[in-house]
Design a protein around this ligand. Sequence first.
Ligand code: ACO
Ligand code: ZN
Length: 486
Amino acid sequence: MADEKEVEESSVQSADPYDLVVEGCRLPVNMSNSDEWPLAEILSRKTTDSGLSIYVHYIDYNKRLDEWVTPERLRLEGLQFPKKDVKTPVKERGLGLGLAVNSCNSSRASSPAPPELVNGNSTATTTSSSGTPLATLPQQMQPSAPVVKQKATVGRKRKLPFSDFEKGEENQDGSSQYSHSENQPRQTGSMVSTDDVLTRIKNIDLIELGKHRIKPWYFSPYPHELTSKQVIYLCEFCLKYSKSFTCLTRHKTKCSLRHPPGNEIYRKNTISFFEIDGRKNKAYSQNLCLLAKLFLDHKTLYYDTDPFLFYVMTEYDSKGFHIVGYFSKEKESSEDYNVACILTLPPYQRKGYGKLLIEFSYVLSQFEGKTGSPEKPLSDLGLLSYRSYWSQTILETILKLPSPSDGERPQITISEICEATSIRKEDVISTLQHLNLINYYKGQYILTLSKETLDTQQKAMLKRTIRIDPKSLHWTPKDWSKRGKW
Ligand code: ACO
Ligand code: ZN
């Protein structure tokens, strides 16, 4: 009520009703390419030659849908003012979560607390659609509960590695390397320090990368000078950024790369993986992180790429090895994370490449003789992709079990699933629970595979046309802890 009164009073004083629409207010906004009018928070406003533009964040939606809108897309009748008694600055209000507190998706979309087995060797029996058990897993879990304990969901935020620009590097195109400090991404500390309202607003409109023009999803600390450009141009092989097509063309006459730097450790048909050491190829790693940040919201940039390896997946054609996506991995992870950040570039998304990247990360773990897990929190799309990968891989393992000759049901332990897949135990259990496969039956845990689950699995596996072939991986794991220096 107080707010309504306030609107009335202010309206009397204000000639232009849009003057009331200031940072921190909320109101229904017509979302691009839809008939919906979800509630949105005003993050910024600007007046240009073409008039007023308002930057909005849709409260219940991922930040990648944030956008500049024109006034006619605002429903002024629904205007809500920021709560008066909250004395916090705009950037901390409401859903105005900055990068440090983390984005709207971290709490909602991070992996649900993975259950941990207290009593490790749990077993279960798989059951067919008819209810006949297919596989019995020797089990020692107590009947009272699926003996799990919750793990905290709020993970430490991963910082995307991103170290100082190589100052001694040759200025290849006159635009990619900036000498003036204002034009450089910050060189010390992490993105957390830039956690203000500016980092909540997309700063790059469009990038050109090879044959693709891509709309960024989030803020990335490219030099300020580039943020006023309609398009920024990236060399698709070394990932250097240029402020104009002319600069990129000039760069291309000098850049001889036709693939990412580092070692090509995998090739099968047109798909290759290159391993890049963040210490040896700093410039490339930094440029990759800057590019990745455009699509990764819940990660902050960290200015040191040395502790990371980058696995870049490419697709080959006569022009070269074109980047499709990548994941980074700490050389030494105290928590046995096998992926720090993972990305499929938007033009390649939803085609199975994400799962291919994930599969590759687990094949590396297989070669290391370890289980691994992605670093938390996961993004909304990260969680969907991992859930899908874990489900398909675990079911594939269970369904491949040979039937014992004695007519008994095949048996497998959770630990054996982990060993076969390199998926960490917590992720195996949470996946089985998520799929709702675990049942307690006559004193033991059994896995019941319904016809629906089997059908879904069959269809999903038919879609997985490209798979990682471990025979095409030429790679020996390094024990980084034994090295003096990364
Ligand atoms: N909407 C709904 N489901 C989706 C979507 C989407 N937009 N995108 C992916 N999925 C799901 C699908 O369920 C799909 O499984 P399905 O085949 O069973 O339907 C599954 O994710 C994987 O699909 P892929 O095509 O293999 O994955 P994709 O190439 O699209 O890559 C990725 C997935 C890497 C998460 C991509 O969306 C991305 O790069 N997002 C931006 C960056 C990001 O969020 N990375 C993960 C952060 S977490 C971390 O780094 C550890
Ligand atoms: Zn180049």
